[in-house]
Design a protein. Structure first.
Length: 234
């Protein structure tokens, strides 16, 4: 098996060309993001198509669209989707979010967005994929709000330290936090990521935590429960 091919239970993901390889963040978001019976799902910055394929597995009656600005990643996502059993329900578009136009509204919008401001000197494709040079949090939230259906949900995974900033921006743009799951690697680690779900309604926020490992490569029951439908060996 190619080291660039990652096999899941119901699909495989080739990640030879995409700058952002499969990681825990994408798997967490794909397994965690939720909406009630969504008819249309949008994945912003789909990369390899991982999250799109996970959501296609979870929601078998849904039509899904991924958008990706990077040509190599777009090509790879298109291949991964076309090779999957979900290909009839999935499409991928080579576009930036800013240039993406859709008359359709989406019931669930997800994104594993660029993580940090443009400060790193190394101009690698991976750094570009993780920076906010092409897509700021504000751009992401404002466009998601325009594309979201009236009862739709918007889900992201971001660094824990950006949580308050992201919430403030979202509220300013009329999207309100509904659920926040704070993630850390093990019991003694600091929080690393925040999984966040937003809607148009102001509700009491559901807060919880997710710990990934008990010890090295020994996973918690919560993490296993969340990801067991996807990982081959979980």
């Amino acid at each position: 098996m190619s080291r660039h091919l990652f096999r899941f239970k119901q699909f495989s993901v080739l990640q030879e060309k995409s700058a952002m390889k499969i990681g825990t963040d994408g798997v967490l978001l794909g397994a965690w993001a939720n909406a009630k019976n969504p008819k249309k799902i949008l994945d912003i910055g789909t990369g390899t198509g991982l999250i799109l394929l996970m959501l296609a597995q979870r929601f078998p009656q849904t039509k899904l669209t991924g958008i990706e600005i990077n040509e190599n990643a777009f090509t790879e996502a298109w291949f991964n989707i076309s090779e999957s059993v979900f290909k009839e329900r999935c499409s991928v578009i080579h576009s930036s979010l800013q240039e993406f136009n859709s008359e359709e509204k989406f019931d669930l919008i997800v994104s594993n967005p660029p993580f940090f401001e443009f400060t790193h000197k190394e101009n690698s494709a991976r750094n570009t994929a993780r920076q906010q040079s092409d897509l700021s949090f504000e751009d992401l939230i404002s466009h998601a709000e325009k594309l979201l259906s009236s009862n739709g949900k918007f889900a992201v995974v971001i660094p824990f330290e950006s949580e308050n900033h992201f919430v403030k921006l979202s509220i300013k743009l009329n999207l309100f936090p509904e659920k926040i799951t704070r993630v850390k690697g093990n019991e003694n680690a600091d929080f690393k990521r925040s999984l966040m779900l937003f809607s148009r309604k102001q509700l009491e926020i559901e807060m919880d935590e997710l710990i990934i490992e008990i010890s090295r490569n020994i996973y918690t029951a919560d993490y296993i429960s969340l990801t067991k439908d996807f990982y081959l060996k979980m």
